[in-house]
Design a protein around this ligand. Structure first.
Ligand code: NAD
Length: 297
């Protein structure tokens, strides 16, 4: 068997186009341009790349982008003050504070300070709770992207056994909630799980969100499983070109066993920013009580 490649790049582009069309309708009908504010503290190179990409794609979708850069040693009070200003700014519909934050800042307190109605990352405890009780408002972007890729692959997931490897608040836990809402039987595995290969081999769907290059081996997988690889790991390349990105799944091995798999790069990654734009559009639509078109509901 050679697995089908799930093309996250194409899916993300199609989603961005749907979001851009809806944003343009919102502007024409209500005179409102969805606005996303991104706050970057410090000069972490990976975060800088993410923030640049977010700003570019926000503008490309016809939305307004507000970028705020603060030095790594900024006092927590200054960051909190900025969050309060963004909460009060009617041109800002979505607020994203890029993680990780420097150690002098209590990241949980910052996330709690964001107005839940502008929390397009879906990390505020109110939005986490709404997802848990089956009334999602803002779903964290990476698991939302995984779920859209999965559903495009297999619209009805009811009764399937999904194993989510990783229990972070950003990926693993919200992913498990989304799968539960799709009526999957869900197992959450993590660093203390015993005999992980024996758990993974029961799965119809495997979501790997660990951060360990190639950890999930081909012989762990049940033949015909759908594999969503969230991991983004930079490893040394064989060539002189420097580094390359790999996922948490041993791709070449999994290709021989799985029914479908997301590549890294080009799988889950591009969907994350597209889902951020979708959440920003939703925030703007709710703020103006505008009914979202079917294509982005
Ligand atoms: P995290 O470090 O917060 O969580 C990792 C999880 O993996 C933990 O819950 C831990 O219990 C589990 N784990 C660690 N070692 C394990 C082991 N040996 N066996 C089983 N489980 C183990 O990471 P995160 O933020 O959830 O991110 C996970 C991966 O996804 C990283 O590679 C990250 O770069 C990537 N990621 C990608 C995107 C994207 O847009 N594609 C977004 C977020 C994160």
């Amino acid at each position: 068997m050679t697995a089908l490649l799930i093309d996250g790049k194409a899916a993300a582009q199609a989603l961005r186009e749907r979001v851009a069309r809806a944003a343009s309708e919102l502007r024409q009908e209500r005179g409102v341009t969805p606005g996303l504010a991104v706050v970057l503290v410090g000069d972490d190179p990976a975060s800088q790349v993410y923030v640049r990409n977010k700003a570019r794609q926000t503008l490309d979708a016809g939305m307004a982008s507000f970028e705020h850069r603060l030095p790594a040693d900024v006092p927590a009070t200054t960051l909190m003050q900025l969050v309060a200003e963004l909460n009060a700014d009617p041109a800002v519909h979505g607020i994203l504070v890029q993680l990780p934050l420097p150690s002098q800042i209590d990241a949980e307190a910052v996330l709690r300070a964001i107005d839940p109605a502008k929390d397009v990352d879906g990390f505020h405890p109110i939005n986490v709770g709404l997802l848990a009780v089956g009334q999602p408002r803002f779903v964290p972007c990476t698991p939302l992207g995984c779920s859209l890729l999965l559903k495009a692959q297999r619209p009805d997931l009811a009764g399937l056994h999904a194993v989510v490897i990783g229990r972070s608040n950003i990926v693993g836990k919200p992913m498990a909630q989304l799968l539960l809402a799709e009526h999957c039987t869900v197992t959450i595995a993590h660093s203390k799980t015993r005999d992980l290969p024996a758990v993974v081999c029961q799965a119809d769907i495997v979501i790997a969100a660990v951060g360990r290059p190639g950890m999930v081996r081909g012989n762990w997988l049940r033949p015909g499983a759908i594999v969503i690889d969230v991991g983004i790991n930079r490893i040394a390349a064989d060539t002189a070109s420097g580094n390359r990105l790999v996922g948490d799944v041993n791709f070449d091995e999994a290709l021989q066993v799985a029914a479908a798999i997301t590549p890294v790069p080009g799988g889950v990654g591009p969907m994350t920013i597209a889902c951020l734009l979708l959440n920003t559009l939703r925030a703007a639509a709710w703020a103006t009580q505008w009914a979202l078109p079917e294509a982005v509901r």
